[in-house]
Design a protein around this ligand. Structure first.
Ligand SMILES: C[S@@+](CC[C@H](N)C(=O)[O-])C[C@H]1O[C@@H](n2cnc3c(N)ncnc32)[C@H](O)[C@@H]1O
Length: 231
């Protein structure tokens, strides 16, 4: 759905460079409605303890997609929110006041130490050249965080639940009966190379985080990594 409010987008790279093809973007858009996604993001932010954080914190969500994570932050009262993504088609779907940046997260368009909080929700597993791209991305996160800042991470993680969820959503009958399951299966098919690559190197990923950042929390459950890191 294209919003009625025109989002503020600064183009640091030319448009049309999306990493994910239109089939993936279409499945991503029908996987959850914006309201379902916003409710999910608010739940995650609360579990990370965002209700206690200063509403004047400078926050950037990297790999923000269509920006519903930014809407969640805005609904929780955060006022200094920005988003970065490589897809102009997804960024244009955002409805809100946050400043958006069309940019590559391997080269963030921000000054050193310019944010209190950086967030990623399901973006790092799209990086093609692992672990180099992850290292570059984490290097950039560390660079833009202020000394007492925090990096909040949600990414897929191979847990027994994820294996079971994949098994179920890939069943043909489930794909017919359950629209969300079909959208998830299409997304998984489209991003299979980077997704499988990410899921297949948990130790390499944890080492990369440890090389660039200090681990504050590392929790893996329900098919997700929920991590908090300091610079
Ligand atoms: C799974 S989506 C997640 C979007 C959003 N965080 C969410 O949870 O709805 C991954 C996003 O990463 C973006 N992306 C992939 N590689 C990127 C890169 N190198 N720099 C910036 N964005 C990138 C894609 O365009 C896509 O919007």
């Amino acid at each position: 759905m294209i919003g009625t409010q025109t989002p503020k987008i600064i183009e640091h790279v030319p448009a049309g460079q999306m990493c994910c093809d239109p089939i993936w973007e279409e499945a991503y858009s029908r996987f959850e409605t914006p309201e379902e996604e916003i409710a999910k993001f608010i739940g995650r932010l609360k579990r990370f303890g965002f209700e206690k954080l200063n509403r004047q914190s400078r926050i950037v969500e990297i790999f923000c997609g269509r920006g519903n994570g930014l809407v969640a932050l805005e609904r929780m009262g955060f006022e200094r929110v920005e988003g970065v993504d490589l897809s102009d088609t997804l960024l244009r779907q955002y409805e809100g006041d946050a400043q958006l940046h069309l940019a590559n997260c391997l080269s963030l368009p921000f000054e050193d130490a310019s944010f209190d909080i950086v967030i990623v929700q399901g973006g790092l597993h799209h990086l093609p050249n692992m672990p180099d791209d992850l290292e570059q991305s984490l290097h950039e996160v560390k660079r833009i965080l202020c000394p007492d800042g925090r990096f909040y991470v949600i990414e897929p993680w191979r847990t027994p639940f994820l294996t079971f969820a994949h098994f179920v959503t890939e069943l043909k009958v489930m794909r017919k009966l359950y629209a969300k399951g079909d959208a998830l299966a299409v997304m998984t098919e489209q991003e299979r190379v980077t997704y499988e690559q990410w899921l297949g190197m948990p130790d390499v990923i944890r080492r990369a985080f440890g090389k660039h950042l200090t681990e504050v929390r590392w929790q893996t459950s329900w098919g997700k990594l929920a991590g908090v890191f300091a610079p």
